[in-house]
Structure formats: structure tokens, C-alpha cells
Write a protein that binds this ligand. Structure first.
Ligand SMILES: [Zn+2]
Length: 300
């Protein structure tokens, strides 16, 4: 009796079934499990194969190392993470002001973590609301940033056409159902509003250099791995008009350092820094080759 062939993996962005194996990646931060990453030949999205469903995913966030939900400054990587995060708060705020052309308005931060950016926006004349699915992160937001964040289910209950800016800093790669999610964001945006979507870029210099050790694959928590081409396809199909793509310079250093650590480097700090420099130098010439990119879009 012959085995039943596996059904092809369908690309969630362009619905093509022309997907092929690209590389194997280890979950370095929590489980140590290995996952296959497939690539779509039509839109170039990369997909984590057999990623856990939403119901089972929470086990893969149970780590002291999952530092976007922590406030500890212990160790070099954590210190660097917090340095980069604080440095990027003002950069993100200025980007939102410059892009929207307004100095105050309604802002929504989806995947707000411990609320640092929501607090920052509120301290700078914006009315900012944050959504965060993790209960502990919401408690920490209260404790460290005096900020009330809403649980994930409130995403469906927010008033339509009420936000001037909606930000998702490294969130979309964690979202299971991309189109319904983006559809809800479109409904929440004002006609003149902008969405800011930051995602890692697997076509960046550092991603190509580190291959399976590239820290921003972060399987299985990252379900999808975007290229500029796949993001253009997704945004257009979801009813958005892409305005601009902006590089996230600091991510190159942080991701390169973490990737060096995963690769077992004995000089992770120096090598990671040097790779970050090269990655950013290349991104000056071609901004779409930066480690992480922010896609700024309006309703199409
Ligand atoms: Zn595709």
C-alpha cells in the first residue's frame, strides 16, 4: 500500500500551491525543535511548515528568553534589546508624525508588549491605545509603564474609522489569519489614516549571510517570513495602497548579534556589530535590503 501524498502547502498570501522547501530552522529560544520553511514561487513569501495552531502556540512563548515581554536588563543581549527599543521609541514616534503630517491624533499599537510605545505616544500629545494578547505583558505594562492595555478580543470591538495611525511593530509575522486581520485594521483606520507594519526581511544581507541561524526566522512563533515582493502583494490584495518602505537600522545590529550567538560564534558582539554595519551600508544603497522594514500604507 503506497502512502497518501501530502497535500501541497498553499501560500496564505497569493493562494498559489507552488511552494517548495527552502531551509530547516531550529527554534533556538524555546523548544529546540526543527521546522521546515517553504517558499512560494509566485509571491516569494516564506512559510513555517506545520507551525502550531493558535491554541497550541502559547507553549512556544514560555521562555525567559522571550524578552519582548520582559523588562530584565540581565545579560548583554537583553541590555542591547532594551537599548535598541528605547532608541527606536522616538524614531517610531517621529516617523508617525512625519508620515501622517499631524502632531496629535488617535493611535493604536497592536501587539503592544509591555506598553512602552503606547506610553511614549501618550506622553507626546497622542491618544494611544494598545492591544496585547499576553496577560503577563499587560500586567507589566501597568507596573512599568502605567499603561492599560486591552486584551486581544477587544480588537474586534474598537470603533471603525477612528484611528489616524495604527502600528504593528513585529507583529504580522505572528498572525495566523492574515487577510481577516488586515481587513479589521482597514476598518479601524480613518480614511486619511496610515498603518505602519514592521516585519523582518528574509532577503536582507544579514538573513542571506546567516541562513538557518538568522535570528529573525524565530520559528515557530514567526509563521510567515516576508520579502518586499510578498508584502507588496499582500497589502495590495488586502485593499491597501503602499506609500513608503522605511528601513529599521537598529534591528540589523541586534539580529546579527543574536544570529552570531545561534551560530556558536566566540566573538558574537564584534562579528554581529560588523555584519550590522555591512547590512546597513548596503541598505543605504538599497533600503529594501535592510534587516527589518516598515511598510507604510493607507486604505486603497
Ligand atoms: Zn505566494
Amino acid at each position: 500500500m503506497s502512502a497518501v501524498p501530502e497535500p501541497p502547502l498553499i501560500c496564505p498570501v497569493c493562494k498559489s500551491d507552488h511552494t517548495y522547501f527552502a531551509l530547516k530552522v531550529k527554534d533556538h529560544s524555546v523548544s529546540g525543535e526543527i521546522f521546515d520553511i517553504f517558499e512560494c514561487t509566485q509571491c516569494s513569501l516564506r512559510i513555517t511548515k506545520n507551525a502550531p495552531s493558535e491554541e497550541y502556540m502559547s507553549a512556544y512563548y514560555q521562555s525567559e528568553d522571550y524578552i519582548s515581554h520582559s523588562n530584565t536588563r540581565k545579560g548583554l543581549i537583553n541590555s542591547l534589546y532594551h537599548f535598541v527599543r528605547n532608541r527606536t521609541l522616538s524614531t517610531k514616534y517621529h516617523l508617525i508624525e512625519r508620515s501622517t503630517g499631524i502632531k496629535s491624533g488617535n493611535h493604536l499599537d497592536i501587539g503592544a508588549g509591555t506598553g512602552a510605545f503606547v506610553q511614549y505616544m501618550n506622553l507626546h500629545n497622542w491618544k494611544s491605545t494598545g492591544i496585547e494578547p499576553d496577560t503577563k505583558a499587560r500586567e507589566k505594562a501597568q507596573e512599568f509603564h502605567e499603561t492599560n492595555l486591552l486584551p486581544a478580543q477587544e480588537f474586534e470591538n474598537l470603533p471603525h474609522e477612528s484611528f489616524d495611525a495604527i502600528s504593528l511593530w513585529h507583529v504580522l509575522e505572528h498572525v495566523h489569519d492574515l487577510y481577516p486581520y488586515l481587513d479589521q485594521i482597514r476598518k479601524l483606520l480613518k480614511l486619511s489614516g496610515l498603518v505602519f507594519i514592521a516585519v523582518p526581511n528574509y532577503t536582507s544581507f544579514d538573513a542571506v549571510k546567516y541562513r538557518a541561524n538568522w535570528a529573525a526566522y524565530d520559528v515557530p512563533r514567526h509563521l510567515y517570513h516576508f520579502s518586499p515582493a510578498s508584502m507588496r502583494y499582500l497589502l495590495k490584495n488586502a485593499g491597501f495602497q503602499l506609500k513608503r518602505i522605511v528601513p529599521m537600522w537598529w534591528d540589523s545590529y541586534y539580529i546579527s548579534l543574536l544570529s552570531e550567538k545561534y551560530a556558536g560564534s566566540h566573538a558574537a558582539l564584534l562579528n554581529g556589530f560588523l555584519t550590522g554595519v555591512v547590512s546597513n551600508a548596503k541598505a543605504i544603497i538599497n533600503s529594501e535590503s535592510c534587516s527589518s522594514l516598515i511598510y507604510i500604507a493607507k486604505k486603497g
